[in-house]
Design a protein. Structure first.
Length: 360
């Protein structure tokens, strides 16, 4: 059980047990932050980011399962250019579906003298073999954090049919992708890993390719979200309720090193800084016997989740802790502010990241 992998004292992951029982999944599991207050277990619906089952999401999941056996024809040549991925991935996918990637079988058709067999298993290297039927690919798809029960065991041998069946499969927590299909980034990095092996003799293991795919997908999606936010009109900060201290918070994260920084500033009603560090802020809030509080954050998703009572699979434990702590203050409010109005907390978070304070 999951509880057996947690330290009974701190309720944090027991690293020794993770390394002993699930070494291949340690990095992904450690990204899931459990609640420190040990709430009761509850069931969640993984196909939806909120964890809540609806008839709509149930029907969608049922439809996706049917697609595995009866893939509907899609106009991939049109769909490719509408996918929420980088242009290089769109071009790569177009070449793959047009049988235009320079794998062994295609080179043989063109009469090019080159190594025709797969570098990993020795079989003739075709596009379908490289991505689907090579023993390395089969094991690879069994390990990826994607909600698809038969991803590594499907009998589909055509890349087009395989993509039709699985391209909409959601990534599992805590990957954190919203709109960019992780499966396409995985295909791309399978291809680049193959090229590194063929031309440079470098060997990448399944876990290396998965981690690189997730990092690239999240970086690309985050960059595009930020670009969209900059185009939006700034909204004013709501007025602070009378005599209510305000808490400005922010976080910074570096995917490559799994390092993070947090900043939390508590100000009294005159705007004077009571505390600048997150740990000190919690202590000062207690020592100052604050009764009411206004929380301000530039994470609109988090603020909406707290204000509207939504759940989020990826940070369910953290949300539960925040809600429990919120009961200590009356009144308390959660307010979204643009990043430009949260620069002090942002600077603290970035400073913490620069010092490589690893968040666990």
């Amino acid at each position: 059980m999951v509880a057996d992998l947690l330290d009974p004292q701190t309720n944090e992951w027991d690293l020794h047990k993770l390394q002993l029982h699930l070494p291949h999944y340690e990095e992904i599991i450690r990204l899931i932050i459990p609640s420190v207050q040990k709430p009761n277990d509850k069931q969640v619906w993984l196909p939806d980011p909120s964890g809540v089952y609806t008839s709509k999401s149930g029907y969608k999941k049922l439809f996706e399962e049917k697609v595995l056996d009866h893939p509907d024809p899609l106009d991939w040549m049109q769909l490719i250019w509408k996918l929420h991925v980088s242009p290089k991935l769109q071009h790569f996918l177009w070449r793959a579906l047009k049988n235009a990637l320079p794998v062994g079988a295609q080179l043989a058709i063109r009469g090019i003298q080159a190594e025709l067999n797969c570098k990993r298993c020795g079989e003739l290297e075709s596009i379908s073999h490289l991505f689907l039927s090579c023993p390395f690919a089969v094991e690879f798809w069994k390990k990826v954090p994607i909600q698809a029960s038969r991803l590594g065991e499907t009998e589909l041998e055509n890349l087009r049919d395989w993509l039709t069946a699985f391209v909409k499969s959601p990534s599992l927590p805590p990957v954190g992708l919203v709109s960019s299909p992780l499966i396409l980034w995985l295909l791309w990095n399978l291809w680049t890993a193959r090229n590194k092996l063929v031309f440079e003799g470098k060997i990448y293991h399944e876990e290396d390719i998965i981690s690189k795919s997730i990092a690239e997908a999240k970086a690309w999606e985050e960059a595009n979200v930020k670009r969209a936010k900059h185009q939006k009109k700034r909204t004013p900060v709501s007025k602070n309720p009378l005599n209510t201290p305000s808490c400005w918070c922010d976080g910074a994260w570096q995917e490559s090193t799994k390092a993070g920084g947090m900043g939390w500033i508590i100000k009294n009603t005159k705007g004077e800084v009571i505390s600048l560090a997150m740990r000190e802020a919690l202590r000062k809030a207690r020592d100052s016997k604050l009764k009411s509080l206004q929380i301000l954050s530039d994470s609109q998703v988090l603020v909406l989740a707290l204000c509207e009572g939504r759940d989020m699979n990826e940070i369910a434990g953290v949300l539960q802790d925040i809600r429990n702590l919120a009961t200590l203050f009356c009144p308390i409010s959660f307010t979204f502010v643009p990043r430009l109005e949260n620069l002090q907390a942002d600077a603290l978070a970035s400073s913490g990241l620069d010092r490589l304070l690893v968040v666990t």
